[in-house]
Design a protein around this ligand. Structure first.
Ligand code: ZN
Length: 386
């Protein structure tokens, strides 16, 4: 059999991205209209109709379609395919793809992009993994008692996901949170170590602005999970990113927080930024910091940058509700004038890439609900060294 070079697939992938853009703008208009969605589905079945006699493609096999001659050439990948997938930036097509010819051009459509009905709401499942370390037992009991993951599950229920997303709390051996595919299952992991650290660093009393220990606990929990969910959304919907994914995930979390009513958004933002606040002295009285140079090489922003970015998004979204940020010195005048534009850019990206995957009616209900209403934070003291 002729062996098509695997890099030939690049041509198909490039044509695909153009078609997907065309189709997604069409799809944006189709949202909310069942008739239009059914229409799209029937277009798909027209393309794919009556061709089911071809045998299924075998593992590591490929098909190359020449964009000029339209000759279809089967091939077989050599060597480590997973390395080639990474090197080529090859994208998984999920539920399938249609390649078609129109005139003298080839097109590819990922069916998951075309048919939003493949994505379903209520697709977040949760898991409180029992910790082995006795230091986490109390924390574990409390987050279960306050149904912290159930609240996040309901908040995230309007996202129409192509597959199930698991959000779990677990003992990790490190103080962290992350998104990954665990045995191919999309999973957000929130470590008890990190939750414990949050509960040990809550404010002792209400701040002069009126923010409480509850705001700091809820805001950080909410922010950390939505940041990781942002990574999951980029993965699910193949969201193109021009910049650090970590910044994009921060912005995703900020955008979600800012969709809630003014008072809830204000508390979520202030609470979410609580851990970074300790890095921020007033820029007018303490403008110089010392930083390890290697810190700037991180794929994450420095805590100070992440703090100012979140403040900037909040001020850009609503300069009236968040007027205190510039007045009280949380957002310097060398940044605040660009925030409206920065938020607009984020809002455009969200509407273009994420909104088509949200059940809007469910989202309105979520945004009108007061979350974590019964939550009572308890400031833990750090355990004595043993
Ligand atoms: Zn991240």
């Amino acid at each position: 059999m002729h062996s098509a070079p695997i890099f030939s697939l690049i041509k198909i992938a490039r044509a695909g991205s153009i078609v997907e853009n065309l189709m997604s703008s069409f799809q944006g208009k189709a949202i909310g209209s069942i008739g239009a969605i059914v229409g799209v589905a029937s277009v798909l079945s027209n393309f794919a109709m009556a061709q089911s006699q071809t045998p299924p493609i075998a593992d590591n096999d490929s098909i190359y379609i020449d964009g000029k001659t339209f000759v279809v050439t089967p091939g077989r990948a050599k060597g480590d395919v997973s390395a080639q997938i990474r090197a080529l930036g090859a994208r998984e097509l999920g539920s399938g793809a249609i390649i078609f010819r129109s005139g003298e051009k080839l097109y590819i459509v990922a069916t998951s992009v075309l048919t939003p009905e493949i994505g379903q709401p209520n697709r977040v499942r949760i898991d409180y993994v029992v910790p082995k370390n006795p230091d986490f037992q109390e924390l574990y009991g409390r987050i279960r008692e306050y149904r912290a993951l159930e609240e996040m599950q309901r908040i995230l229920s309007p996202f129409r996901l192509p597959e199930e997303l698991t959000i779990r709390t677990a003992e990790c051996g490190v103080m962290n949170a992350w998104y990954s595919r665990e045995e191919s299952k999309p999973t957000v992991t929130m470590c008890y170590e990190l939750l414990q650290h949050i509960s040990q660093t809550l404010p002792n009393k209400t701040t002069p602005e009126g923010f409480t220990a509850k705001d700091a606990a809820v805001g950080q929990f909410f922010w950390l999970i939505t940041h990781e969910v942002g990574h999951a959304m980029f993965d699910f919907f193949n969201v193109p990113l021009f910049g650090r994914e970590e910044d994009a995930a921060d912005n995703f979390a900020a955008y979600i927080m800012l969709q809630f009513g003014k008072e809830q958004a204000r508390r979520l933002v202030a609470g979410g930024a609580w851990a970074w606040r300790e890095y921020i002295a007033d820029y007018r009285t303490n403008p110089v910091i010392q930083e390890q140079l290697a810190g700037f090489a991180s794929n994450h922003g420095q805590p100070q940058e992440r703090f100012y970015n979140l403040m900037c998004m909040a001020f850009g979204a609503d300069p009236v509700t968040f007027a205190n940020l510039t007045q009280d010195g949380y957002l310097p005048p060398n940044r605040s004038p660009t925030c409206k534009h920065e938020f607009y850019t984020l809002s455009y990206a969200f509407h273009h890439e994420i909104s088509p995957h949200i059940d809007q009616q469910m989202a309105r209900q979520v945004l009108n609900t007061n979350w974590f209403a019964n939550f009572v934070p308890m400031k833990s003291t750090p355990p004595r060294p043993r």
